[in-house]
Design a protein around this ligand. Sequence first.
Ligand SMILES: [Zn+2]
Length: 500
Amino acid sequence: MKKIIILFSVLILSTLRMAFSQDDFETKLLKQFHSIQSQEMMTWIEKLCSPEFNGRLAGTPEFIASAEWVAGKLKEWGIKPAGGNGNYFQWFDFPYTVVNDIGSLTLNLAQADGSVIKKNYIYPDEYYPGMNSGSGEITAEVIFVGYGVTAPELNYDDYKGIDVKGKIVLMNRDVPYSDPRNPEYRKWVGYCYHQYKLENAVKHGAAGMLYIDGAMANPNISYDPSIIVCGIGPQPLADIFAGLKTTNREILDKITKTFKPASFSTAKSVTIKANTTRHPEGKACNVIGMIEGSDPVLKNEAIIIGGHLDAVGKAGKVVNGALDNASGVVDIMGAAKAMALSGIGLKRSVIFLFIGGEEGGLVGSRVYTEKPLFGKDKTITYINLDMVGNGTGLSVSAGSTYKDLLNYFVQANTKYIHRTMQTSTPVPGSYYGRPRSDGVVFSMAGYRTMEIGNTDWYKKVYYHLPGDDPDAITIDIMEDVSKMIYVGLTNMANDASLKF
Ligand SMILES: [Zn+2]
């Protein structure tokens, strides 16, 4: 009987202790939950979009200043430096180009009487200066080269039988194979990079390049001093095709159906002027902070949440990158601060990764995956945020095999936030197709990769264009994204039953 009483009291006591510590956990969790506030987050957005950082182009001193600012915040909150050598920065070489002015794009229309009518295009609606263009001026005939791809193993060459030496090539983004989710696309994927297309044009002797990219900022292209580059929108394209009895669209449709190139001289002359300065000495960095796990075993497992800090800089008007991607950065900062200050000892380690050089070709994420802090077998997941600050709903996506990981966020929303929420199994499109985000880099490197986003976007998006300013953001959804990350990550980091 005595034994039973003792056993019983021990049981009651331990149940009470568990209940108490659960209460304690909940109190701590909620205290910091309510401290995540849109007002403060908006001040961070404004800071990141201030003239001081000049569009955060990776490589520039202004980008580095923005990295130092983020690192300063992590330090203030007691988040440990994890970039290497006891600081927050993981450095890498990052040559960059400064666009000194908007240059110009002109169509030269030869008239029957020998005179030339010049049509100047408007920045930034009709053309956008090539952000890695060589500096100078080129006037030449425009040669249409489809996708600008030379793929002998696929028996496809846009340059076959056509001379582009000293000419201006006109080309499209992407590749003839149009469905990035089809495994067949993988054969083509190496040819879809902007970097490749420019290098291939240079190889064929082109002196200028018109890129049909909708006219927007794009530092993600190779640099070669011998080629002058300009991005164009629909108007110059229509003018170049005027009188040709076909359109770019028609030709592309034919190419994607037949896989036969259809390159030709447009017989139009164009002048591109570019004024740029190359900085081969440029360096950029990732900013990495860590909350080290407190459990002797689980601390060796990490959860990484990341988003790119860099933006596309300034070519004429500054592109502040408020939505792309100060929003993702600030969503993560809000959660990081709350996790650091909550007083909840996280069992697993959590890494906050602010990526540099995304806009210049996903460089920072490649650098991290090549020199990771934790092996990928010790990394529970990499969660990417890019352009997460517009709309009214939440979304979390992950591969179908990682359903357990989704649930931490679903529960956070159900219990505390109550927004509409979309979860999806394979991360849409990009993850298995076009390599256009840091998430793809992690995914291709073999990490379980997730993506947090928003649904029901309702503000106008100025993608890679002037206008991507703090007022392009919906800050109240950002507060909720941050809260969802905070609760979801805290629970994921503390769940001893989570195993892979
Ligand atoms: Zn982005």
